[in-house]
Every structure is written in structure tokens, then in C-alpha cells.
Design a protein around this ligand. Structure first.
Ligand code: ADP
Ligand code: MG
Length: 309
């Protein structure tokens, strides 16, 4: 099969509509930008065996390639609009590509996101690079550099589940939390709801400790974290201290949001949006670094998230 029939067969489901003047099929896609908005753009690449275990179903890989990008858009408070897909494959496996496309389109359709272009090429290993485009009302993007002293530090959902699942899989054990690793759910609605509330935000892709560290460095502040307040799945609750916080603080791939707000806004947000699961896990302080506490006692733990090099 030629590259062109592969695209026509598997990656041409979203044709031009309303605000998409040109979709898959020309040299570029052409998209309207709503008045009063800014474009928000991000790219994330996934490489076989580096970003997902080799036995990951193609459907899950298609899902995750989109999810990680929608998570980045959400971490700015943006509304996702469309994606492009750069697909590098070592061979043409019809069933794999069909399953991958189903996973990719399922999450796109759930969030009203269109696949409007891409590139398809041979490479010795499978690599998937998605670029996502979203919008935000002008000057409302929630950045990493806005955290202020006395802000409440919050996270969404459970932390550490994906890392716990990965550790089980790497030991050839079945994992009840496998879906948390394979099918992370980007916090799209929460990210947008936090516009006008959060002072700073990041998504947790490389570990809560390291990712919060990016907010602290960008904002020139420090943090006091209450480890016992970080929400985790019941399967992690009774693990030995070092193992438990290895997943919760240093484990990545949860794609939950970490954000800071002043106390008043935090109370208002909880009153206005009671359906979001968010938890206060600490406070922003003036001094650099992260001080860790468990049940009010200072504890020592080595923060070290995921790094490629
Ligand atoms: P060009 O040679 O001009 O870069 P291509 O032949 O690579 O164009 O791609 C033809 C069309 O198919 C373009 O509209 C491109 O965006 C789209 N396309 C290529 N690969 C993919 C893919 N994996 N998913 C979606 N669209 C794709
Ligand atoms: Mg061209």
C-alpha cells in the first residue's frame, strides 16, 4: 500500500467543516482563529519502548498520543481544536494502523478535536509525534510563572497510579491500574474552568515533584507539601513509605493537573465547580525548594522525576 492510500484509508475521517477551510489532502491545513483569541500550540512525541511498554495495544497508543497533547493544552487553560500527526513506522501493518487510528479518533471525537494533517514516513522504530492546536481568550493562558506566596497548591485526581501500573508491568505482573497508564484522561474541562482562578498550572507528566519544581523555578518561590494530603488510589495507600512516594512524587504519566490559587479563589472554585475532584496538598512559600511533611512532621525524600538524557 502506498503512503497516500494509507492516509486516504486511515487518516482522512475529518474533512473540512465550519472553521476548518482545508483539512487532510492539501499541503497545509487552513483554520479560522476566533476573534479575541490566541492560538495555543504544543507537540509531544512517543517512541516505542521509551514512552510505552512494547506490548501496548495500538488503540491505546493512538489514544495516548492525543491525550498527552490535550493534557498540555489543558495545562494552559486552552480549549483544544485540532491536531496533526507525524507517524514513523518500521513496516505497514494494516491491523495495527487501523487499531491505532480507532484509538486516536475515539479521543479526538470525545473532545471535538479534528485531525487536519500530518506526515507519514518509514523509520526503523515506531515514533508518533502529535502537534495540537487550541485557543484561549487573549491573555488568559495559565502559565508556570504565576505562583504567589500563600497560594494553595492543588492537584486533580489520583497521583502515582500510572507509575505503579508501569512498575507492575515491568515485573511481568498483571496490573489493575493498567488503564491509568495506557488510557490517561486529559483534564480538558478542569483546565478551562481554572481560567480566572489559577495563578499557575502544569500537567503532571514527569512526576509531581519535578513538575511542581518547574512552577517553583519559573515563579521564583518555594513550596511546603503535605505528602499525606496527596490523593492516591487505595492500592498505593499501604505501600512502604519509600515505594509509595517513589510513585506519587517521582512517578510520571498521570496527566493530572497541578496548579496554585489563592485561598479565597480556591474556596470559590470548589463552591462553583463541586464536580471536579481537586485536592489542596500544600502551600507556596517564599524560600526556594520543596519542604516535605507527613502528618505535620518534616520528612526527607529525594525528588527525582523522569529525564531523557
Ligand atoms: P506533502 O508532501 O505536501 O508534505 P504529504 O504527501 O506528506 O504532503 O501529505 C498529504 C496530505 O496528507 C497532507 O494534507 C498531509 O497533512 C496529510 N497527511 C499525511 N500523513 C498524515 C497522517 N499520518 N495523518 C493525517 N494526515 C496526514
Ligand atoms: Mg506539499
Amino acid at each position: 500500500m502506498s503512503e497516500f492510500s494509507l492516509i486516504a484509508q486511515h487518516f482522512s475521517r475529518h474533512q473540512a467543516t465550519n472553521d476548518i477551510a482545508i483539512s487532510v489532502g492539501d499541503d497545509c491545513a487552513v483554520v479560522d482563529v476566533p476573534v479575541g483569541h490566541q492560538l495555543v500550540i504544543c507537540t509531544d512525541t512517543m517512541v516505542a519502548n521509551r514512552h510505552y511498554p512494547s506490548d501496548t495495544p495500538a488503540h491505546a497508543i493512538g489514544h495516548k498520543a492525543v491525550a498527552v497533547n490535550l493534557s498540555d493544552l489543558s495545562a494552559m487553560g486552552a480549549t483544544p481544536h485540532s491536531i496533526t500527526l507525524a507517524l514513523s513506522l518500521p513496516s505497514y501493518d494494516e491491523a495495527w494502523v487501523a487499531d491505532f487510528a480507532d484509538g486516536l479518533y475515539a479521543i479526538c471525537d470525545r473532545y471535538g478535536v479534528k485531525l487536519i494533517g500530518g506526515d507519514t514516513t518509514y523509520a526503523p522504530t515506531t515514533a508518533i509525534s502529535v502537534t495540537a492546536v487550541g485557543y484561549i481568550p487573549k491573555h488568559q493562558a495559565i502559565t508556570r510563572h504565576g505562583a504567589m506566596v500563600d497560594d494553595v497548591i492543588c492537584v486533580s485526581g489520583h497521583i502515582g497510579s500510572a507509575s505503579f501500573a508501569l512498575s507492575q508491568i515491568l515485573q511481568n505482573q498483571p496490573s489493575q491500574l493498567r488503564d491509568k497508564l495506557d488510557y490517561p484522561e486529559p483534564q480538558v474541562a478542569l483546565g478551562q474552568a481554572l481560567r480566572g482562578y489559577a495563578h499557575s498550572m502544569i500537567d503532571i507528566s514527569d512526576g509531581l515533584g519535578q513538575d511542581l519544581g518547574h512552577i517553583l523555578a519559573a515563579s521564583g518561590v518555594g513550596a511546603r507539601l503535605d505528602l499525606d494530603k496527596i490523593p492516591c488510589h487505595t492500592l498505593l495507600e499501604h505501600l512502604p513509605f519509600a515505594q509509595k512516594y517513589q510513585h506519587i512524587i517521582n512517578g510520571g504519566d498521570d496527566y493530572q493537573l497541578c496548579f496554585t490559587m489563592n485561598k479565597e479563589k480556591f474556596d470559590q472554585f470548589q463552591a462553583n465547580f463541586p464536580h471536579f475532584s481537586i485536592h489542596a496538598i500544600g502551600e507556596i512559600v517564599a524560600d526556594g525548594g520543596v519542604q516535605l511533611f507527613e502528618h505535620g512532621q518534616a520528612v526527607a525524600f529525594d525528588i527525582k522525576g523522569f529525564e531523557h538524557f
